[in-house]
Design a protein around this ligand. Structure first.
Ligand SMILES: Cc1ncc(COP(=O)(O)O)c(C=O)c1O
Length: 227
């Protein structure tokens, strides 16, 4: 008997069943859900795997946040893209799913705490949160020619138990990216509020040292202006 963290329903859904039928019929099809970069027809540099033969690989150097040299390389790559991140702020995990589960454990109590999850987005969020005893509460993205984060949608999904907001950029499956303006509501967790509609801004965000979110208004403030 499995725990309640595991889905009760294990039968394939309609989409999986349709894909399986198509594959079984060996008819050509274009799978737009493919996210495995090794199956997407990319041409990799022929010497890419040579680094795996580096002699330094013989020494096991456990580091919970990842190899220092690798974290430094990631920070340098961000810097090349114009984003300043200290290498101490970079944590490497074996997969994105592992990063989610570490963050859920770090931030959420397994007794009803919630994370806000974009919709539409990655369908496995429901399962990943449930596996950690956390509730996924959807916040709706808006479509205006492209999918955008909407502060009112985020506000509507906020509850007393919200501990984190998941933001995916580029998003799966919409491919939409956050602009600096759109991401501002998600990065300001310490200030009084955030969010926007040209002249008006209102949202709820936890303050440092506070266990519950705080509602505040930033009407006409600088943080509410479109950048
Ligand atoms: C938003 C999102 N998170 C996580 C994953 C899974 O990533 P990983 O294989 O690194 O766990 C995917 C895969 O498509 C994804 O789209």
């Amino acid at each position: 008997m499995f725990s309640s963290r595991v889905p009760r329903e294990l039968a394939p859904n309609r989409l999986s069943a349709a894909v399986a039928a198509r594959r079984a019929a060996t008819r050509p099809y274009l799978d737009l859900t493919t996210t495995n970069p090794t199956m997407a027809g990319f041409v990799y540099p022929p010497d890419m795997l040579q680094a795996l033969a580096d002699d330094r690989g013989r020494t096991y150097q456990p580091g919970p946040f990842g190899l220092r040299t690798a974290r430094r390389a990631v920070a340098a790559d961000y810097a090349r893209r114009g984003i300043s991140v200290a290498e101490d702020r970079v944590v490497l995990t074996a997969s994105t799913s592992e990063a989610y589960t570490l963050l859920f454990k770090l931030l959420c109590e397994p007794s009803g705490d919630e994370v806000a999850v974009p919709a539409p987005s990655y369908p496995l969020f429901d399962h990943l949160t449930r596996l950690d005893g956390v509730r996924a509460r959807p916040y709706l993205l808006q479509y205006h020619g492209r999918w955008e984060l909407d502060a009112h949608g985020l506000d509507a999904a906020w509850s007393e138990r919200t501990r984190a907001v998941l933001v995916v950029s580029p998003n799966n499956p919409t491919g939409s990216r956050l602009t600096a303006f759109q991401s501002s509501p998600c990065t300001r967790t310490t200030g009084p509020s955030v969010s926007h509609s040209r002249q008006r801004a209102r949202a709820r965000w936890p303050r440092p040292g506070s266990s519950s979110p705080t509602r505040a208004s930033t009407r006409g403030s600088r943080s509410s202006r479109r950048r």
